[in-house]
Design a protein around this ligand. Structure first.
Ligand SMILES: NC(=O)c1ccc[n+]([C@@H]2O[C@H](COP(=O)([O-])OP(=O)(O)OC[C@H]3O[C@@H](n4cnc5c(N)ncnc54)[C@H](OP(=O)(O)O)[C@@H]3O)[C@@H](O)[C@H]2O)c1
Length: 236
C-alpha cells in the first residue's frame, strides 16, 4: 500500500477507549474508518456514537474484526496484550496480502492481573515484534500511538500535547503511521527507527501511567532538540 492513497482504516478492537479515540480524531480529519470488534453489534454501536459526535459527513462503519480485515489494507490494532496473539492467529487467514498493520498494543502487566505501571517481558522483544511474527508474510507492521492518552483522544478536538514515535522495518509503513499521527491536532510524529525500538516506546507508557497515577493527570511525551525535519505535524 502506498503512503497517502485513499483508504479505509480498520481499527481492530476499536470499541475500547484507545481505538475509539483514534477513530474519532481520524474521522474528524475526513478519514474513512471501520470499527472492528469481536461483536458486530458492538462495532456498529461504537461507529454510530462516533458518527453522532463527528457529524453528518463522518465515514465510520462497524464490523466484526474479520470482516474489517477483509475490507481494508490499513489496520490498526488496539486490543489488550492478553488478547493480542489469539486475535492475530484468528485473523491471519483474512488479513490481506500487502496490508500495513499499525500496532498500539502495550504489554502492560495489568492485562494479566498485574500493575498498569509495569510491563511484561516478551520473548520477541515487544508486543509489536510479536505481532510481526503473527501476521501473514508480506504484511508490514509499524508500532505507534502507545504514549497517546485515550482520555485526551476522546475529548474535544483540542490539541494533544504529545509526540508519537513510530517504529517499523518498512519505511512505507512508517510514513503511513506518521501521516496518521500528524492528523491528530497537536501531535508531532517522529520516525523512531526499527521495529525493535518499539520495546522502548511501549515501556514509556508504563512510566506515563505511573506518573499519571502519582500526579493525577494525563501526561504525554515530547522529544526536544531534533532538527525541524524530524517532526511531522498537521496544519494546525
Ligand atoms: N487506553 C489508553 O490510553 C491507551 C493508550 C495507548 C495505547 N493503549 C493500548 O491500546 C490497547 C487498547 O487499549 P484500550 O484501553 O482501548 O483497551 P480495552 O478497552 O481493554 O480493549 C479494547 C478493545 O479490545 C477488545 N478486546 C478486549 N479483550 C480482547 C481479547 N481478549 N481478544 C480480542 N479483543 C479483545 C474489546 O473489543 P470487543 O469486545 O468489542 O471486541 C475492547 O473494547 C491496549 O493494548 C493498550 O495498552 C491504550
Amino acid at each position: 500500500m502506498k503512503a497517502s492513497m485513499t483508504r479505509a482504516i480498520a481499527i481492530l478492537g476499536g470499541t475500547g477507549p484507545a481505538g475509539t479515540g483514534l477513530a474519532l480524531r481520524w474521522a474528524r480529519a475526513g478519514e474513512t474508518i471501520i470499527i472492528g470488534s469481536r461483536d458486530t453489534a458492538r462495532a456498529e454501536q461504537t461507529a454510530e456514537a462516533i458518527r453522532k459526535r463527528v457529524g453528518a459527513n463522518a465515514q465510520v462503519s462497524g464490523m466484526e474484526n474479520s470482516a474489517a480485515c477483509a475490507a481494508a489494507d490499513l489496520l490498526v490494532l488496539t486490543v489488550p496484550f492478553a488478547g493480542q496473539a489469539e486475535l492475530l492467529k484468528q485473523l491471519k487467514p483474512v488479513i490481506r496480502a500487502g496490508s500495513i498493520l499499525i500496532d498500539a498494543t502495550v504489554p502492560l502487566a495489568a492485562s494479566v492481573g498485574g500493575r498498569a505501571s509495569r510491563t511484561l517481558g516478551i520473548w520477541q522483544g515487544s508486543a509489536a515484534q510479536q505481532t510481526a511474527e503473527l501476521v501473514p508474510k508480506g504484511v508490514s507492521v509499524a508500532a505507534a500511538f502507545h504514549n497517546l492518552s485515550a482520555e485526551k483522544l476522546n475529548g474535544d478536538d483540542r490539541d494533544i500535547d504529545c509526540d508519537v514515535i513510530v517504529c517499523s522495518d518498512d519505511q512505507n509503513a512508517t510514513q503511513l503511521a506518521m501521516e496518521l499521527a500528524a492528523k491528530i491536532s497537536g501531535v508531532r510524529a517522529i520516525d523512531g527507527g526499527k521495529l525493535e525500538n518499539a520495546r522502548l516506546v511501549e515501556q514509556i507508557t508504563a512510566l506515563l501511567i505511573g506518573l499519571n497515577i502519582r500526579h493525577k493527570g494525563h501526561g504525554g511525551i515530547r522529544i526536544t532538540g531534533l532538527p525541524d525535519g524530524a517532526y511531522r505535524m498537521g496544519n494546525k
